[in-house]
Design a protein around this ligand. Structure first.
Ligand code: 6GU
Length: 242
């Protein structure tokens, strides 16, 4: 997969050289390039922002550098990438969206700063490529950079060959619309707290059932919204009894 990121702070993306994402890049599974938006400015001050029309606090990113950046990274003659614009006003980023993005061949992330990017950039880009404004959650960050780190990590770990044990994708939280059960390792007793007996029983049927129920209980306690959104056919009789 190819990923391009445009930002006025390319240094934010240094961690993408590390660990499993760094290895995916070294392997060629992830072809990631970070670009400085100011590359596409032409004045001595390399200006990217200006005051908002209609008034209000803060500054807005001017359209011209963004237009030039998107022309360069999504040229008309190439298959268009999917453009993702981090914004607290976007649609929620979820594990389902991570799977959707992992199936794309080219993602282009446009990181806004200040109050955001002039909306005409997104309107114009949408005539050439699919555009999604995407939010991590109901809080406000300084800019899109940290959100892109999050999304690139969530997507990269779904690419074929990145995770050693692909089975872990099937068991983790959100894999089935539920949170995962608690997990334990050795020693069996620690500071007076014991590992649940069932996990040491060797009865794999009972263990699977226990994990399912603990996942349901956690989801009900912490994320009732997830439980409410679960299609009825994702719960069986034993779930309902539990
Ligand atoms: Cl994706 N961007 C910004 N700037 N703030 C956010 C966000 C994204 N998601 C939550 N808050």
């Amino acid at each position: 997969m190819r990923v391009d990121v445009v930002s006025i702070f390319p240094e934010y993306f240094a961690p993408l050289d590390l660990s499993l994402i760094g290895r995916a890049r070294a392997n060629g599974v992830l072809q990631l390039a970070v670009h400085d938006l100011r590359t596409w400015t032409h004045d001595v001050h390399r200006t990217v922002d200006d005051t908002p029309y209609g008034g209000g606090p803060g500054m807005v990113m001017r359209p011209e550098p963004w237009g030039a950046a998107l022309d360069a990274l999504a040229p008309a003659e190439a298959p268009p990438p999917r453009l993702l614009v981090p914004s607290p006003a976007g649609v929620p980023f979820t594990q389902a969206m991570a799977y959707e993005l992992a199936a794309e061949s080219h993602l282009l992330f446009a990181c806004g700063r200040y109050e955001g990017i002039d909306q005409r950039v997104l309107e114009h880009a949408a005539t050439r490529m699919p555009v999604t404004e995407v939010s991590l959650g109901d809080y406000v960050l300084f800019g899109g950079e940290v959100a892109v780190l999050v999304m690139v990590e969530a997507v990269t770990r779904l690419l074929p060959g990145v995770l050693g044990n692909a089975g872990s994708l099937d068991e983790e939280s959100h894999a089935h619309g539920l949170l995962e059960a608690p997990i334990y390792t050795k020693p069996p007793s620690w500071r007076g707290h014991d590992v649940p007996e069932v996990l040491r029983s060797g009865d794999h049927g009972k263990i699977a059932r226990w994990r399912r129920e603990e996942g349901l209980l956690r989801t009900a306690a912490r994320r009732p919204d997830l439980l409410a959104a679960l299609p009825a056919d994702r719960l069986d009789k034993r779930d309902i009894a539990a």
